[in-house]
Design a protein around this ligand. Sequence first.
Ligand SMILES: [Zn+2]
Length: 488
Amino acid sequence: MSTPNPEEAEGFVTAITPQSQDFSRWYLDTVRKAELADYSPVKGFMVIRPYGYAIWELIQRQLDDRFKASGHVNAYFPLLIPESLLLKEAEHVEGFAPQVAWVTKGGTEDLDEKLIIRPTSETIIGVMYQKWVQSWRDLPVLINQWANVVRWEKVTRPFLRTTEFLWQEGHTAHETAEEAQEETLKILALYKEFCENVLAMPVVDGQKSESEKFAGASKTYSIEALMGDGRALQAGTSHNLGQNFAKAFDIQFQGRDKAMQHAWTTSWGVSTRLIGGVIMTHGDDSGLILPPRVAPTQVVIVPIPRGNWKETVLPTCQAIRDQLVAAGLRVKLDDDDSNTPGWKFSEYEMRGVPLRLEIGPKDIEKKSVFAARRDTRAKQSIPMDGLASAVTALLDEIQAGLLARARQFREEHTSRAATWAEFTALMEGRPGFVIAPWCGEAKCEAEIKTETQATIRNIPFGSAAPSGETCVHCDAPATAFAWFAKAY
Ligand SMILES: [Zn+2]
């Protein structure tokens, strides 16, 4: 009789399933083993563990800096929203009602009016803007909120789809339609720049089809990334709400011509889903690969314990750590002697630390350190003299390399289909983006989804207009080249 491995018996992950074997399993194993998140006692809700939260904090800080630099300010609105507010915008209620969590009691007493836990905050913010906006001089209002929201989900997956998630939601009000449209696109561009330069995650920016639009929006724009398994991930959205919410919530102001008019509003958001995007864009069979700009630890120093290393090697490691920290880097020195260097190498690889420095007696003799990159696994010796600037340059190189690699992957997994036979063959075979001419009809779009599971991710800015092409599915005249994919 064999004794069960105690770890397996308790359901702990002992190894990461290879991506080629089961990408979804690989993802869950990586999240669990790298201690990014854990399941909670409430079904569908996750606990973000410190390592995962540290990534979120880096995302949050760098995004927040960008919002502030573009003139936005932060505020905070209530978690609970009266039912009557949700009902005010017809399309909005239809879109969100199936996912709403309700609060019906306060203590032991039934509430006079049921409350919902915010699935998003257009409604409660609309009520406040109605009070705050009186004159064209009060505009624009450029407010962002960092918050949690709840959307009741049947099937959940850590970071990608959870019942509660963390996000930011920007809500702006403007004097003219043009300004609202400009804001909507400005934020989408900001998201794209952030995803590419910070997360090293290339995205396709464009407009959503009518049926994929946000409930209550005039126009929705998105950025779409391609994950390692060839599925698309909607990484962020920006909505031009037109005057829909302003009319529903009576956000009116006296214009420059003294006439009363409704404001033009926008809303936009990205969430903890971005962490899922980072994991699935860059990770490999050994686990996470983190871009340096969102890596909680950018450099790990592993001393090689030979002889009386605590007297000979360790002080040099400490001095190097201090020098790198002083240069603004996030550095960890792992001097725990209960683990071998080999164990540490695979542990920090699994956790996606971009750069490992190994320092032993021989390195000290040669006045150099041995560096191993996580992304390419390339190894090189770096002189201790000028180490901080060499390491900083190397991290920049890793950051740029990850973006280039992800771009190349996307290019290799983007195809064109002119006929339905080509389209279905592509969707059954090698996944990725498929660019195809489309008629613009919601019914046709729905049929494509039913038959292939593929959805229109967006119609990218600058796409060529069809000239005589017919729809890939129904043969009606095409109105656009849409980017299709199976998506998370
Ligand atoms: Zn069609």
